[in-house]
Design a protein around this ligand. Structure first.
Ligand code: CP
Length: 359
């Protein structure tokens, strides 16, 4: 059974296939109207959402299927203490495929241990958001006609911005892409994402004005208030980058401005009418690409999951202590780390790093 937990679960060929299907759905939606007749999608949202949940639901309805689920943890038996693995085991008796969002990193990965049906990660904490990536890639492809040889600027909260982590994972696999990381030091990419970039061309830049003229794509992000430990830490960085009409004047004529949304104030409303502002087109593309993804995963229910950890790299004697890791709230879970490099290892759920050997 195939699942989508992170962008790396898909090969570049499979990403291209999903985007091609999405573009065909846009051309001839009627041809797909009955493709999921008699099937059910469960949307399990333990964390708030507007776009992702509603676009998944719209996608399943447009494929002729039906939808069940909940839109907050408080509307489920989570409040009675039910764990994610138990919830998933139960829901997979009722649905053919599950899209889930959870505030803790690794929740969809732990769901795999008990699920009888494909799992789609619709966002796990500040970790990954692979279906937003498919949405972003479809938008870039429709706007630029390609996914390679682009200079892409990521601006704002690169530390907690899960959409950034997933999109970088995809774009770095297309030839000739270059990256400009526009953020304060305190909001830089986490180590597990930064490491993936090491063999690629990238520059760090603290000024949006300086970066603007270089970019083919500007990916703006919201500072993720809900993931900060203190209000003061959030206040210190919340207004650092604001895209307004004056800054847009510094960009290329064919610049494409993306934002996963929701926005707070990082893009001025006055930018919305600029033809280079593509973030509401992104929203629409999200439905088509999720239709394509549902079809892709349902067609591969009998294939093996492409997620593979080499057995010899797995470590079972360490305990993850990161509070935002799903292991912190799941009973009797097996903590598992994978070796990275010679002397380090990472939790397979949240990627928290520990030395391999204690000093
Ligand atoms: N882009 C995105 O994930 O939006 P929602 O939080 O509204 O789903």
């Amino acid at each position: 059974m195939r699942n989508l937990i992170q962008t790396a679960d898909l090969t570049v060929g499979e990403i291209d296939e999903i985007l091609k299907t999405a573009e065909d759905i846009i051309r001839q939606p009627g041809a797909y109207a009955d493709r999921c007749r008699g099937m059910k999608l469960a949307t399990l949202f333990f964390e708030p959402s507007t776009r992702t949940r509603l676009s998944f639901e719209a996608a399943m309805y447009e494929l002729g299927g039906q939808v069940l689920g909940f839109s907050s943890a408080t509307a489920s038996s989570t409040v009675k203490g039910e764990s994610v693995p138990d919830t998933i085991r139960v829901v997979s008796c009722y649905a053919d495929i599950v899209a889930m969002r959870h505030p803790q990193a690794g929740a969809p990965m732990i769901a795999l241990t008990k699920s009888l049906v494909p799992i789609i990660n619709a966002g796990d904490g500040g970790h990954y958001h692979p279906t937003q990536t498919l949405t972003d890639l479809l938008t870039i492809h429709r706007e630029k006609g390609r996914l390679d040889h682009l200079t892409v600027g990521f601006c704002g909260d690169l530390k907690y911005g899960r959409t950034v982590h997933s999109l970088l994972e995809a774009l770095r696999r297309y030839e000739g892409n270059k990256f400009v990381l526009i953020c304060p030091e305190s909001l830089n990419l986490p180590a597990y994402v930064m490491e993936e970039l090491e063999e690629h061309e990238y520059v760090c830049c603290s000024s949006l004005e300086e970066a603007m003229p270089m970019l083919d794509i500007l990916y703006m992000t919201r500072v993720q208030k809900e993931r900060f430990k203190s209000e003061a830490d959030y206040d210190a960085v919340k207004d650092l980058y604001i895209l307004d009409p004056d800054r847009m004047k510094l960009g290329k004529k064919d610049l494409c401005v993306l934002h996963p949304l929701p926005r707070v104030n990082e893009i001025s409303v006055a930018v919305d009418d600029d033809p280079r502002a593509c973030y509401f087109k992104q929203v629409e593309n999200g439905k088509y690409v999720r239709m394509a993804l549902i079809l892709f995963l349902l067609a591969r229910r009998r294939e093996n999951d492409s997620r593979r950890f080499a057995k010899e790299d797995l470590i079972y004697h360490k305990v993850c202590t990161k509070e935002n890791c799903i292991t912190s709230s799941t009973q009797e879970v097996q903590h598992i780390f994978k070796k990275v490099g010679k002397n380090r290892c990472r939790c397979i759920y949240c990627e928290a790093e520990q030395p391999l050997f204690e000093q």
